[in-house]
Ligand binder design. Structure first.
Ligand SMILES: [Zn+2]
Length: 148
């Protein structure tokens, strides 16, 4: 059976460089992954969507890439995978000690309360308002700081 020429075609992160020797009677293709690695992959696996990278993507299976995955990459790096809290910025502009303003990726603003007692950092929680965060911090301080 004559197999289709896949040279130059793109399958997920892979670009087909050219045909290589069959393996187990199956047409194999040398592919360049966009992470820099090259790998020989069965044409069947490219065409049915089974293989979409050299293997650098953990869930390298059919339809495993969430919609928007490519669109959300920055300079080719899936930065949104690096921070599971999807937090892009933290600064301390609330004027309240131990309460930080946190902007989430969706643009919503939250206030994270934290406290350091005897060198140990406690994350208290994230709240919708500075007041709630400040109150939670005060309550945590009352609880955590040993009474004289
Ligand atoms: Zn790769």
């Amino acid at each position: 059976m004559k197999s289709k020429d896949l040279t130059g075609q793109q399958f997920g992160h892979l670009t087909v460089i050219g045909r290589v020797a069959n393996r187990n009677g199956r047409p194999m293709w040398l592919c360049q992954c966009d992470c820099g690695k090259q790998k020989e992959i069965a044409g069947k696996h490219l065409l049915n969507g089974h293989t979409i990278s050299c293997g650098h993507i953990k869930r390298d299976r059919n339809n495993s890439i969430a919609p928007g995955y490519e669109a959300n990459k920055v300079d080719g790096i899936a930065v949104f995978l690096l921070d599971d809290k999807r937090k892009i910025r933290t600064d301390n502009t609330t004027g309240v000690t131990g309460v930080k303003r946190v902007r989430y990726r969706n643009g919503s603003i939250h206030y994270a309360a934290a406290i350091t007692i005897a060198g140990k950092r406690y994350h208290i929680g994230t709240y919708d308002t500075i007041e709630q965060a400040a109150k939670a911090r005060k309550e945590a301080a009352d609880k955590l700081i040993p009474k004289k």
